[in-house]
Design a protein around this ligand. Sequence first.
Ligand SMILES: Nc1nc2c(ncn2[C@@H]2O[C@H](COP(=O)(O)OP(=O)(O)OP(=O)(O)O)[C@@H](O)[C@H]2O)c(=O)[nH]1
Ligand SMILES: [Mg+2]
Length: 311
Amino acid sequence: MNNLIKGILEGRKREISKAISLVENNSSRAYDILREIHRYTGRSHVVGITGPPGSGKSTLINSLVKEFRGKGRKIGIIAIDPSSEFTGGAFLGDRVRMQSLTLDKEVFIRSMATRGFEGGVARAAIYAAKVLEASGKDLIIIETVGVGQNEIDVVDAVHTVVVLVTPETGDEIQVLKAGYMEIGDIYVVNKADLPGSDDMASEIKELTKCVEDGWRPPVIKTVALNGTGIGELADSIEKHFIFLKGTDKLKEIELRKIRREILEAAVEKVKERFSPVIELGEGKNLVEKVFSREISPYVAAEILLKKIFKD
Ligand SMILES: Nc1nc2c(ncn2[C@@H]2O[C@H](COP(=O)(O)OP(=O)(O)OP(=O)(O)O)[C@@H](O)[C@H]2O)c(=O)[nH]1
Ligand SMILES: [Mg+2]
């Protein structure tokens, strides 16, 4: 077994970090690693924490990690950080806030900017989570913001989705109605020290009333800054995982992830085979034919696919 894999399995930060960088760069070595570690994955609880910018996700995760460390859990955190795309400010802020945690051997934290990743940041985050699973983390937390495609991809790949809102902006309920209400397994009204949090919590309870799949999403008020409500939140997160394990839902989520992984691996393989073929021989001819409008790119692709899979 090579040293990188060994280091990951032993939970060493240097090796975990290196593997995640390879995943981020979509390097072919990343696939070698993912192939090797697959059998050591599938035991962690993967939690997505999502909510509008500035709602306190990073602060909350900081408190949650302390709570879970108290229970002896090993933890990995991936923060998908859209703000760093513009100024780098939030990145530094998160870093400072989370610095105390990084001294802990059993806590691994990684921040990812939303741009600059071959294949998308959601994909990088999901594979990074897999590396963390293999490293023996009991709990993996992915922080995401917004309701864009990245978000949906991440939400699809986690076991438990925690949606964070605050009483700060009145129109957030509109945001909730627009997309968050279908995805949350647990709702958190953070900044409960500010006025309006009770109303906010009641409104969300009202909206989630008709959720009918054996799990009624709890609504929890927290003050991430001082730890209020964090114990209750940690309990809910664990209860949700127990709920998933007790039904076929956990397997459903895993199968969905696996299907996507197989599809991605297949696309990757086709790309690998395709690229040289379009440069030479028949491929080159087909490119010319597409150029002269004799055939379309789609027809050229079909011809080449048939040829590749015949060999
Ligand atoms: N009053 C109050 N402020 C809080 C609370 N939790 C977080 N904050 C503050 O809210 C601001 C944003 O907190 P972050 O944890 O960076 O929020 P975030 O959701 O991670 O932000 P982005 O990653 O930029 O989307 C910071 O100034 C925090 O100190 C809370 O419970 N009460
Ligand atoms: Mg943050």
